[in-house]
Ligand binder design. Structure first.
Ligand code: GUN
Ligand code: ZN
Length: 432
């Protein structure tokens, strides 16, 4: 048994600050003690209350002056696209043809997949992301590579083989049958292995035939606790294509729904062009949304209506969507989210923003019984934040004692330099 006490300021969310008062929704301890027993949170409290009763044998990590928050959750990201981040000048469909598909072809080589997966996993940790829902490529070995990299580091990670059997390069195409059989083998191999889970991953309905979507739906019914992960209603040209390809479906969401792909543990990235009925169906079926602000701005896709998602009670987390997104860092992603909402007359106070990146993401991934905050019994995935080396950030944060104001400055100005250390299940996985 290993017991460690981390002493620091600590912030976490207990529920959604958008729906509950701050007193109920968040907890801040200026001089807190987080006690971790074999990777699991035993207790969080004020150092002054807990120190006197502590056994002399437990290890102490003194992080006073810094801030511990739960590890960030990235609800939508493509690991094979790290090498095309910041590629100039196109919107979604042209961007896929010009940049995404060519780089994904390289994953036919398992050695390439392994090298990129290793880099990606390290970058997530360096940026404070401890859990992610990740697109691989169509190649089963690309899934092996990312799961192996995550397992080696003890990260919580969900991934799956991309399914696409039309409107894509031939050498990235599978079939309805191979999509089914390869995904099934990967589920049997990886789902539930330690902290790993599998996601059935049709790329988007544009690149799947009816037969392939039906095969994905069949697999989903056979494995109710596996995830479904895809893109939905990101770009208006894409939405137009869907209505041509699926004239019998009421909406883009309906294409997935008709194939049994809208359910608990279905995570839809983007969701910019939905109507009221779509949102009601998503809510009724317990599906989740990944809000991807930096990608939506970079690819010129549109502005996500967070208020509408909230009003419909759809669980929503935040996704970097690299390589359409421009940063793996969730502080950067939150700052883009703030601006997207400002443009629509909506707000994103700091507490609500940190909720999106932590407990809200955990809820969107149905993992809030395991991660997302420091309730007793949860896995101790957390990060240590500082105001970083950028002097304007340090100066701005030093100028206030108000926690919400400090967190807001951190999310608007901070980046990877604000993350001093990342802990997975109570063990240091990365530090400066
Ligand atoms: N829609 C289908 N594939 C992709 C992708 O790789 N990135 C984004 N942003 N949208 C997609
Ligand atoms: Zn994406």
């Amino acid at each position: 048994m290993t017991v460690t006490a981390f002493r620091s300021s600590v912030f976490h969310c207990l529920s959604d600050p958008g729906s509950f008062s701050n007193d109920e929704a968040v907890e801040y301890l200026d001089d807190g003690l987080l006690i971790v027993n074999d990777g699991i949170v035993e207790v969080l409290g004020n150092a002054s209350d807990l120190m006197p009763g502590l056994s002399k044998n437990i290890e102490h990590v003194d992080l006073r002056g810094k801030l511990i928050v739960p590890g960030f959750v990235d609800c939508h990201v493509h690991y094979p696209q790290v090498d095309i981040i910041a590629s100039y000048g196109e919107q979604l469909l042209d961007w896929l043809n010009k940049y995404a598909y060519p780089v994904e072809k390289k994953f036919a080589d398992p050695a390439h997949a392994q090298a990129v997966a290793e880099f990606f996993a390290d970058e997530l940790l360096r940026n404070g992301t401890t859990t992610a829902l990740v697109f691989a490529t169509v190649h089963p070995t690309s899934v092996d590579a990312i799961f192996e990299a995550a397992k080696k580091r003890n990260m919580r990670l969900i991934s799956g083989k991309v399914l696409m059997d039309r409107n894509c390069p031939e050498d990235l195409s599978d079939t309805a049958e191979s999509a089914y059989s390869e995904s099934k083998s990967l589920i049997e191999k990886w789902h539930g292995d330690g902290r790993l889970s599998y996601a059935i991953t049709p790329r988007f309905a544009v690149t799947s035939t009816d037969e392939q979507l039906a095969a994905a739906g069949r697999l989903a019914s056979e494995y109710p606790d596996v995830y479904v992960h895809t893109h939905l209603a990101e770009n208006t040209q894409e939405v137009d294509l869907i209505s041509q390809q699926f004239p019998d479906s009421r909406s883009y969401l309906d294409v997935y729904d008709q194939n049994n792909l809208v359910r608990d543990r279905s995570v839809f990235a983007h969701c910019l062009h939905l109507d009221h009925q779509d949102r009601n169906i998503m809510a009724a079926k317990n599906a989740s949304i990944a809000f991807c602000p930096s990608s939506n701005l970079f690819l010129g896709s549109g502005l996500f209506d967070l208020q509408a998602a909230r009003d419909s009670s759809i669980r929503t987390g935040i996704g970097s969507d690299v390589g359409g997104g421009t940063s793996l860092n969730q502080l950067r992603t939150l700052s883009e989210a703030y601006k997207v909402l400002q443009l629509q007359g909506q707000s994103l106070p700091a507490y609500a923003a940190f909720y999106l990146a932590t407990l809200g993401g955990a809820e969107a991934l149905s993992l809030d019984d395991k991660i997302g905050n420091f309730e007793r019994g949860k896995e101790a995935d957390f990060i240590v934040l500082d105001s970083g080396t950028a002097s304007i950030t340090r100066r701005r944060i030093a100028s206030t004692d108000d926690v919400a104001e400090k967190l807001f400055a951190l999310m608007m100005l901070g980046d990877d330099r604000a993350v001093c250390a990342t802990y997975l299940a109570g063990k240091e996985a990365w530090s400066i």
